[in-house]
Ligand binder design. Sequence first.
Ligand code: IPE
Ligand code: IPE
Ligand code: MG
Length: 245
Amino acid sequence: MAFTKKKTDAQELPEVLPVHVGFIMDGNGRWAKKRGMPRTYGHVQGALAFRKLLRYANEIGVKYMSFYAFSTENWKRPDDEVHALMDLMRKYLKEAYEHFDLRTRFVLLGDEDGFEADLRQQYIDIQKDTVDFERMTAGIAANYGSRNEITHACRELAQLVKEGKLEPEDITEDMISQHLYTKDMPDVDLMIRPGGEQRLSNFLLWQIAYSEFYVTDVLWPDFNRYDFLRALLSYQGRNRRFGGV
Ligand code: IPE
Ligand code: IPE
Ligand code: MG
């Protein structure tokens, strides 16, 4: 099957290329453990996989990607692992400036106030400096938790009600979507989880209402373009009914 966005004559297939692909980048620790290496080394390799996949998705023409990099629950991990992950983010946010040929807009999905000042500033800068790029949008979910995000949206809407700017009965689904970190992105079409776990781990709960899921035992550092193509082929074979017949 071709990876194009052309519709068939029958016009009954969904867009064959998902518009928004989510990645739960999992399995770095196990990848390292299997090799007798520290977990942090797995994260270094995982970051390399991220860099390759971003470029490849960009080549194929996927418009929106979301990468789960660090959850609100991941702060529970040992200090040295958390520090290693923060340093990797610093490195890759700096490096992002060398990849402007990708014309990719970077969006932080998560609460930037949770980071140390320099990293917070890096996130602010990269979002500002790439805001006009239109080829692709890459959401980086860091200090991200979906329940946290939805709670935050509820508070903002409640505040508008309190100020008399909004009636409760006027709150719509779209309005809620507009108060999430993903406000500039469509809902997820395909959610990919390497590492074999069949769970969402608090990622994009609202945005996956009608997503297709693809779980593979391949660990994230090993996940390559062929694994991505396999996921896309699987997606193309799905029948998305959205509740219809
Ligand atoms: C995913 O890999 C990266 C983060 C959660 C930051 P893990 O570190 O969770 O790897 P496993 O699941 O322990 O193998
Ligand atoms: C999900 O992976 C978070 C990221 C990939 C950043 P986890 O490894 O934290 O998820 P659980 O603990 O297995 O559910
Ligand atoms: Mg994990």
